[in-house]
Design a protein around this ligand. Sequence first.
Ligand code: MN
Length: 378
Amino acid sequence: MIDRRSFVGGSALLGTAGAAQASPCAEAAAPAPHRPARSIAVEEAFAVPEQFEAMRRLLDAGGTHDLEVDRWRPMLSNMSSRRVRELLDIDGERLERMTATGLSMHVLSLTSPGVQTFDADTAVGVAAAANDRLAEACRRHPTRFAGLASFAPQDPRRAAREIERAMTRLNLNGLIVNSHTRGEYLDAPKFEPILEAAAATGAAIYIHPRLPPAAMAQYYMPLTTGERPESGFYTLMGFTAETLLHGMRLIVSGVFDKYPKLKIVLGHMGEGLPYLTWKLDSGYEIFGAYSPSQRTRKLPSQYIKENFLFTTSGFFSQDNLEYMHRVVGPDGIMFAVDYPYYKMEDGMAFLNATRLPKDDVDKLAFRNAERVFRIPSA
Ligand code: MN
């Protein structure tokens, strides 16, 4: 119960804080934020016709057994919708908006769920087609586009060959995976060829969210209606919880002891992982290890600092950025917008307002992306 006195006191306090923030003198006293010379946004979605066609074939075949493709039904039934247009476009409106907002480069990746809902043969074909188109876009605009290659975890051996082709022959810049593949995560032994190929080619793997697997999804269904899985709760909480789980599984399974140079990138301010750092270490010390069968060589916080990078995609909070910068350091953060789901204008306004030290703003805006994704300096 809030008694009347504390309620009145609370609102008086809020009133004072609000007045101080609104004061023009306080604004003028702060130094202007540093504007970085280059901006590279690293989680920018595109789509290829082959992907939409394969999704439509899944829908036309009746029950997809995959809530995620079902979620796209309204969009795929109107191929002239704004969102479809934005995803299929690379050189047109996207490039114009980049120029208008001062955004130097998009690191493109096939929009979630990528190829991971298809059967293995379809997935392998669509991934190759998407990577070819992506490489062409990067060749057409080498200073404006870089790309993360898709692969089909449904067939780990062919995935490894596609990773090799994408990184060495197509000169793409890293890899994208849309979290689980039919309820399985990259720490599963069957995916070993994928991690080996990533390590061998030095490719960082961006783990992008998607809807949780069915067993987990039921708990993220709309809370009251029990209807279609399109509520914010399902996508926002489901996406975050599932991708966080993926990152934590990689840590506790010992993947980074085997591949100490492997880099994993998580968007959306790290899907909550940086926030749990202290708690994970304390749990490790109290319980000895998370997995009874094996003990990782290092504390979770060390893997978080050495093997992960976290991006600002669709999460434009200066408080979260400053926290992440403190916990993981200036070399572990990268700028991202999450276009077209979030606006470039909002992302650039956020980047241009950060109050991190000047050198660290440059690391956030472009230097870390250049290093991790092997993008030539401008
Ligand atoms: Mn995204």
